[in-house]
Ligand binder design. Structure first.
Ligand code: RIB
Ligand code: CA
Length: 324
């Protein structure tokens, strides 16, 4: 089984669209991304229903943008519901406002005109060939709808990096399914079958990038508004997973995707053959991973499995220090 080291660090900033359902860990990911302008040129933030309903994920994305001091970045609201299945939310983990541990308010800066799906179609269909990276931190509904509406947008996409799935690790919403895949397995299948260059950061790796008292103290020691907010959010957010799994800390799922984009050498994985179970019932949303690939069948996604967890927290602490 060839183990791929994740890609080498890029030279020029990545042109990046972040598709997200904030969401506690999404907000941490957005702050990390907004503090990393040398590596990431954030073209837009697009929101989707997931952890909470679309009105709240969109409000929370605008809040993160305000806290990150990057109000030039447009926020487009996208799909309010999955392609086919009934909506599912994670308010039990992220709270009714979708942002535990901190006070929320209506941000001054509003949403950009137009839907996220149309923004993706317009931007990706006119972009230079394979020039734009998408980080998808929630259900894949927006990109799926854009691909259905305009399959030719594939040409504008450099890579799609997804937080989602689970193979060696059990599921976190059902015994076998991870939330983002469970929330819209049909959308994940549309993206997977499009043939786009696809990298997954599943629970297999995000459950290895866990908070600890020392790492939370490391973040707190940055001692600015952004780091205090992140510590307050994480302290509230990690309880559910620590109790459910009996883990010593909580996973910062979505921030791991952004850390991968900034410093891929912190991660490693391999090409696998991935399938998504869309049958109704206990296995809906399960990601089935065939690691036995060959030159004839090289696999359809890069499946990230290992991470330098302390390196991720060092990066997060360093970059939060760049914010207010
Ligand atoms: O399963 C974890 C994922 O689902 C994270 O992206 C979290 O924000 C939720 O969207
Ligand atoms: Ca998310």
């Amino acid at each position: 089984m060839a183990v791929l080291l994740a890609g080498a660090a890029q030279v020029a900033p990545l042109d990046l669209i972040i598709d997200t359902d904030p969401g506690a860990d999404d907000v941490v990911a957005l702050l990390l991304a907004m503090a990393s302008a040398e590596e990431l040129n954030i073209r837009a933030i697009t929101t989707v229903a997931g952890n909470v309903r679309l009105d709240k994920t969109s409000r929370n994305a605008r809040l993160a943008r305000e806290w990150g001091g990057r109000e030039e970045i447009p926020v487009y609201a996208g799909a309010a519901r999955p392609l086919l299945r009934s909506p599912v939310y994670a308010e039990n983990v992220h709270g009714g406002e979708g942002l535990p541990g901190v006070a929320v308010h209506e941000p001054a800066q509003g949403l950009a005109e137009g839907s996220a799906v149309q923004y993706l179609v317009d931007t990706l269909s006119t972009a230079e060939s394979h020039s734009i990276t998408l980080a998808i931190l929630g259900p894949q509904t927006n990109l799926a709808l854009a691909l259905i509406r305009a399959p030719a947008i594939l040409r504008g996409i450099k890579e799609v990096v997804v937080m989602g799935g689970a193979h060696v690790n059990a599921g976190n919403i059902t015994p076998v399914a991870e939330f983002n895949l469970y929330a819209d397995a049909e959308a994940a299948e549309v993206v997977l079958s499009s043939g786009v260059k696809l990298t997954y950061l599943p629970l297999d790796v995000t459950h290895k990038v866990l908070t600890s008292d020392a790492r939370l103290a490391q973040l707190a020691a940055v001692n600015n508004q952004a780091s205090r907010r992140v510590v307050d959010i994480l302290n509230a957010y990690i309880k559910a997973d620590m109790q459910r799994y009996g883990m010593p800390g909580g996973p910062v799922h979505d921030a791991s995707v952004i850390a991968y984009l900034i410093k891929p050498s912190l991660f490693s994985g391999r090409r696998v053959e991935l399938q998504v179970d869309r049958r109704a019932g206990m296995t809906y949303g399960q990601t089935l991973v065939n690691e036995y690939t060959s030159t004839e069948q090289p696999g359809n996604v890069v499946w990230i499995e290992e991470a330098d967890a302390q390196g991720v927290f060092d990066l997060l602490s360093t970059r939060l220090a760049c914010l207010k």
